[in-house]
Design a protein around this ligand. Structure first.
Ligand SMILES: Cc1cc2nc3c(=O)[nH]c(=O)nc-3n(C[C@H](O)[C@H](O)[C@H](O)COP(=O)(O)OP(=O)(O)OC[C@H]3O[C@@H](n4cnc5c(N)ncnc54)[C@H](O)[C@@H]3O)c2cc1C
Length: 457
């Protein structure tokens, strides 16, 4: 009896593997797709996300903005065809600053983003400015680009819940959030309708014959099986490096631990219709003398220093939900991924204290910490924070991953690119920016040493 066969074996049923299966089967009509995972779909990293999206990315070059615009086009298409089952909104990302020296940086960032294709900049620096806030739901008919509001009265009128000393806000508009779980399940169901098979098990080995992929060994509850296949896709999230090694390929990726907290915002500090709100300034937390003395003698003494810019949060859930989600990655060293992921028990308190700088009403929670749910996972990323989608140096082997902190929003374009590489469909101009082959270019490698800004939040 011959081996069971597949046209493509995808290792990993996170959002990357599922989006790849969907693009192969639904958009390219390919049969024989097997999606292998040792865990339930979407359960390792893809259900830990803050579920936000943005076309707001720095250079160098236009590739990142172009790719994200394509990804958002695809998300909008899926939202339209599905009756928006995954609740895509367009509330935007609101960057706020109280530092006069940062205001010109925000303006420059907006101009750079506009030049890269994110959309035009609108300045609102007078009373009665025609700034148009975002609706809480839906995504149609909204502006792209960004609004920079420096008129304090306009800031107070629309964002009166922000700190009184807020001097400027930048509202990036082709941005928002959605339910990642519902998007993933929608893609998976569509893919399964077109014959994609989900196989529970662990990819242990990838066999090559004459230098090209010939079979994949999968171990599961029923034992070990060998699937004969000419194509293998590594979509292993934080296990990408280990899965690359099954092919003898050393993938240039690292992992950082990132956590988020959710809690019941009983005092209604954050309006339910707020955009994703990001403080653009570093924060020095206010500690009492006793706290300061205790921290100085502890492993947490660095909390006395200014902590990095970027504490952010948004309201979570619809209807009567009072839940708020916060993230503040003040510690992002590369680590070896281990599971279950452990978080510093002080993280919820620090995130809440940080957000109280942005939204003063959050200070109500500092003296009486709410019960917070903490979870998260790993950002698996390349050093310049650009994902990988394309062929590997072994014939028949491909990668989709290193999706860092933006894999929910970028999985659609990454899968679109991957499927084009596999099927030979035309590739867009930004495709080379996301292949492993980019590192073969000495000029690109040299540029990594002075890469300006990874765009990470
Ligand atoms: C705190 C946090 C906030 C985030 N916020 C956002 C956000 O706002 N917006 C956004 O777009 N993204 C966000 N992200 C990033 C996003 O969650 C990830 O980029 C995305 O989930 C990565 O998807 P993946 O499919 O590559 O990996 P995963 O979801 O980890 O899936 C990989 C799968 O591969 C399987 N696997 C690995 N090895 C094997 C093997 N040998 N055999 C079988 N199966 C294997 C694993 O079991 C797993 O199911 C956030 C992430 C975190 C941690």
């Amino acid at each position: 009896m011959g081996l069971p066969t597949a046209e493509v074996v995808i290792c990993g049923a996170g959002i990357a593997g599922i989006a790849a299966a969907y693009h192969f089967a639904v958009r390219h009509g390919m049969g024989g797709i097997v999606l292998v995972d040792e865990r339930p779909p979407l359960s390792l990293t893809s259900d830990k996300s803050a579920e936000c999206y943005r076309n707001w990315w720095p250079g160098p070059g236009e590739a990142m903005v172009a790719a994200m615009n394509r990804s958002i086009d695809l998300l909008e298409e899926l939202a339209r065809e599905s009756g928006n089952v995954f609740h895509l909104n367009r509330r935007g990302y609101l960057f706020a600053t109280a530092d006069p020296e940062r205001v010109p940086h925000l303006v420059r960032a907006a101009e750079e983003a506009a030049a890269l294709g994110a959309g035009p900049v609108r300045r609102h620096d007078r009373p009665h400015a025609d700034y148009r806030p975002a609706p809480p739901d839906g995504f149609e008919g909204q502006p792209a680009g960004s609004d920079i509001v420096t008129d304090r009265a306009t800031i107070r009128r629309h964002f009166g819940w922000l700190a009184d000393d807020t001097l400027a806000v930048l509202h990036a508009r082709r941005c928002g959030w959605f339910s990642g779980q519902q998007l993933g399940m929608y893609l998976l169901e569509r893919a399964r309708d077109k014959g994609v098979r989900l196989l529970e098990g662990r990819v242990e080995r990838v066999q090559t014959t004459g230098g090209r992929v010939s079979a994949v060994e999968v171990s599961g509850v029923g034992g070990t099986q060998l699937l004969s296949t000419p194509r293998f896709v590594a979509a292993a999230g934080p296990r990408l490096k280990a899965v690359g090694r099954l092919l003898g390929v050393e993938l240039p990726v690292l992992c950082e631990r990132h956590g988020k907290i959710t809690f019941d915002d009983a005092v209604g500090a954050m309006p339910r219709a707020a955009p994703l709100t990001i403080w653009a300034d570093p924060v020095r937390l206010p500690w009492s003398d006793d706290e300061r003395a205790a921290l100085a003698d502890s492993e947490h003494r660095r909390l006395l220093d200014a902590l990095p810019a970027g504490v952010h949060g948004r309201p979570e859930g619809a209807g009567d939900s009072r839940s708020v989600l916060l993230i503040w990655t003040y510690d992002a060293e590369p680590v070896e991924p281990t599971f279950p992921v452990a978080f510093d028990p002080t993280y919820p308190e620090i995130a809440i204290r940080g957000m109280a700088r942005v939204i003063p009403a959050m200070a109500a929670y500092v003296s009486r910490l709410p019960r917070a749910f903490v979870d998260g996972g790993y950002y698996t990323k390349t050093r310049e924070n650009r994902f990988l989608a394309g062929p590997l140096p072994v014939e028949g082997a491909y990668v989709i991953g290193a999706l860092s902190g933006y894999g929910l929003m970028a999985s659609s374009v990454a899968a679109d690119l991957l499927a084009a590489h596999v099927t030979g469909a035309p590739l867009p101009p930004y495709a080379p920016a996301f292949t492993l082959g980019r590192y073969d270019d000495p000029a690109y490698r040299a540029g990594l040493e002075t890469w300006p800004d990874s765009g990470q939040l």
